[in-house]
Design a protein around this ligand. Structure first.
Ligand code: MLC
Ligand code: AMP
Length: 508
């Protein structure tokens, strides 16, 4: 194969007049039409001066065109760097600078704000909107419908996905063609995807779940997707009859369960519901089965590793577990201090090794060495155990991380933004249980002696600095933070104290 990822996912569909994307307006994009769009985009990328191995940073709305940018990057041997559409220009500055992106594709609405950012990092800036219009599209439209695919090997890098860290600085996880392809191959087989499948796709396509798990699988299987711009309960319920499978974060499933139209009749024809990116409560699993007769298939993965474990397709899908290591993936539970393997049933650090595990963090050899062992095991930061039947259970996190509606929020990043605020001496950010998002952000602020803290002004200021989903949904002022005898902030105490702040049944 000239370019294993492109040839396996995209190239093999060339000329096929079969449906690939069912769109919200009722139109259908065929595999062949998608491939032609991809070729034009690949020409436009090349014409912008981007060479194989360079990075293209992309912050655009979910659309067939956005997906074709991914395909075009793979075809031209360029590294695809998708960015959450919620990120502010202030956040983007770091990703563009750190990655050394040659080309940045943004929504026309962000052109003005991003121009100085792109200029200061010597990146070319072009636009593409949700309708497929913009300066990038204008160049592409005049380009040929065929592009000579650039030769790559499975060891070559295909994508950078940035993931925040406990220090507050994001790290670019480098994923090779082989990382992505091997995982897609395993999942197609494991979850039995075929060309007959139609996946209801309501996830964003800038993260592992919606981009690699959902899209790569469907491309490899040769099936189609109902490609929705975002999750909306009404639309999902309306389009579900055309689907055979759905993938989502737990919030999707709790929102659907809140709607009485989501019942056994509506879902009787469905083959598979997959959940991941955040813990699915055992209670949600049971309610879902009672309502629909389907047992959600829960799996476990992360940006650095793609998918690691999955409940079985046949056999028991056990609530509160993430199933077994996928074929080719080794998983062990170790002592977080010594790294020694623990016995079955003991709680420790989950480590994984396999063809799915990434190549390291971009230009951060020290961070890479801290998390990726020389023998290839990646230290996930998740705490768990392997039960007596071999199922993996995640019981907590060794990393200070909040997962809200499937998005990761590192408290340190929010704390740094809060500590800069006038009148704030220090802050502590924690996650509290949230009925919709699973967890949500609570910030505790301690004022400088004799000063008042203006929480409304802080909220306004944060809007320009942090993506909306990272902003605290509750700001609390306290005189001091609880500390242990070593002086370390006791976040557990705060978590207990604020466990009920988002509980709608709680008084006050
Ligand atoms: C939106 N908001 C959020 C939020 N999403 N706040 C906290 N957490 C979130 N996840 C903000 C909005 O900006 C809005 O702010 C307010 O909360 C209410 O918004 P909403 O309309 O209710 O939200 P909605 O747009 O419906 O989005 C919710 C969601 C979305 C759950 C559908 O967040 C989503 O699609 N999440 C999926 C994330 C995902 O794909 N994760 C995979 C990562 S990969 P305002 O201004 O109104 O107050 C990974 C690896 C693996 O983890 O294993 O898969
Ligand atoms: P990300 O860095 O966005 O890829 O998020 C990866 C993290 O999401 C993992 O390290 C886990 O903490 C969490 N995660 C993913 N899937 C699950 C799951 N099924 N159950 C619990 N946590 C999960």
């Amino acid at each position: 194969m000239v370019n294993p990822l492109f040839d396996s996912l995209f190239g093999r569909h060339s000329g096929k007049q079969t449906a690939f994307l069912y769109l919200p307006d009722g139109s259908v994009l065929t595999h062949d039409a998608f491939l032609k769009l991809t070729a034009r985009f690949a020409h436009a990328i090349k014409a912008a001066g981007v060479a194989p191995g360079d990075r293209v940073a992309v912050q655009i709305a979910k659309s067939p065109e956005a997906l074709a940018v991914y395909a075009a990057c793979v075809q031209s041997g360029v590294i695809f760097l998708p960015l959450n559409t919620a990120y502010t220009p202030a956040e983007l500055e770091y990703f563009i600078g750190n990655s050394g992106a040659k080309l940045v594709l943004c929504d026309p609405r962000n052109l003005e704000a991003l121009t100085p950012v792109a200029t200061s990092h010597d990146a070319r800036l072009m636009t593409l909107d949700a309708n497929g219009d913009g300066s990038f599209a204008t160049v592409a439209i005049a380009m040929p419908e065929v592009f000579p695919t650039v030769a790559r090997s499975t060891d070559d890098l295909a994508a950078f996905l940035y993931t925040s860290g406990t220090t507050g600085r994001s790290k670019g996880a480098m994923l090779s063609q082989g990382n992505l392809l091997s995982n897609a191959e395993v999942l197609v087989e494991h979850w039995r995807f075929t060309p007959e499948d139609v996946l209801l796709h309501a996830l964003p396509i800038f993260h592992t779940h919606g981009l690699f798990v959902a899209t790569n699988i469907m491309l490899l299987a040769g099936g189609a997707m109902i490609f929705l711009p975002k999750f909306d309960t009404d639309t999902v319920i309306a389009r579900l009859p055309e689907a055979t499978a759905m993938m989502g974060v737990p919030t999707f499933y709790t929102r659907l369960l809140d709607d009485p139209r989501f019942d056994r009749d509506l879902t009787a024809h469905m083959r598979l519901f997959v959940s991941g990116s955040a813990p699915l409560l055992a209670e949600t699993h049971r309610l879902f089965e009672a309502r629909t007769g389907h047992r959600i298939l829960e799996r476990y993965g992360m940006t650095e590793t793609n998918m690691n474990t999955s409940n079985p397709y046949d056999g028991a899908r056990r609530a509160g577990t993430v199933g077994f290591p996928l074929p080719g993936v080794e998983l062990k539970v170790t002592d977080p201090e010594s790294g020694a393997a623990l016995a079955q049933g003991e709680v420790g650090m989950i480590e994984v090794r396999g063809p799915n595990v990434f190549q390291g963090y971009w230009q951060m050899p020290q961070k890479t060495a801290e998390e990726l062992r020389a023998d290839g095991f990646f230290i996930t930061g998740d705490l768990g155990l392997i039960d007596d039947q071999g199922y993996v259970q995640i019981v907590g996190r060794g990393k200070d991380l909040i997962i809200s509606g499937g998005y990761n929020i590192y408290p340190k990043e929010v704390e740094l933004a809060l500590d800069d605020q006038p009148g704030v001496l220090e802050s502590a950010v924690i996650g509290a249980p949230h009925p919709d998002f699973g967890e949500s952000v609570v910030a505790v602020l301690v004022p400088e002696p004799g000063q008042a803290v203006d929480t409304a002004a802080i909220e306004t200021d944060l809007r320009g600095k942090l993506a909306r989903f990272k902003q605290p949904k509750k700001l609390v002022v306290m005189e001091a933070l609880p500390r242990n005898t070593m002086g370390k902030v006791q976040k557990n105490v705060l978590r207990d104290q604020f466990a009920g702040v988002f509980d709608p049944s709680a008084v006050g």
